[in-house]
Design a protein around this ligand. Sequence first.
Ligand code: DX5
Ligand code: ZN
Length: 212
Amino acid sequence: MQVAPSILSADFARLAASVARVTPGADLLHVDVMDGRFVPNLTIGPMVVEALRKVTELPLDVHMMVAEPERFLADFRRAGADLITVHWEACTHLERVVSAIRDLGALAGVALNPATPVECLIDILPEVDLVLVMSVNPGFAGQAFWPRAVEKIRRLAAMRGARERPLIAVDGGINPETAQAVRLAGADIAVAGSAVFGADDPLAAIAAIRGN
Ligand code: DX5
Ligand code: ZN
């Protein structure tokens, strides 16, 4: 399984150093963008993505917890986002938003809140590069893993069948134990914030989450 450390739990005053510490073990760098409206928290915008782009070669995975995310797609792509994930719940015209992300040359991801069934994506699945199954209600790091996400991942893997895409990612409450459960269910990528940046040895934490 691939691991995407979430910088939400990093030391923001020493962001480049925090990223450098996890880089040898990371496959992607997960960047949580929150607008204070779709979720009750405010975090970072394209300027921070642009700054990160200059200090890392890791693919930048931008998770937009933003209402009407289409307003900011070009800004994040210009800043250096490689993968842009929008929430199903935030898009009235999801197919248009997914096409717009791909037209910008980025990979397109769709995130699902815990209460949103994976079956919502059945008609758009071939157009999506990644599905991000939320295993917490988005907004904050350090929340407890929602166990029913495992069953959602299993159903999504069955919907995908023998195809390689979309990739299945999971975000929220990931630690070595919950990572094993989601990996066995079919997840390709685990996002982890506090379990990585809160560990004394972040690289050992990543290895334990990866599990193979
Ligand atoms: C939650 C964010 C997550 C968060 C995960 O809203 O989308 O990416 O950083 O943090 P942990 O791994 O601590 O649950
Ligand atoms: Zn996230």
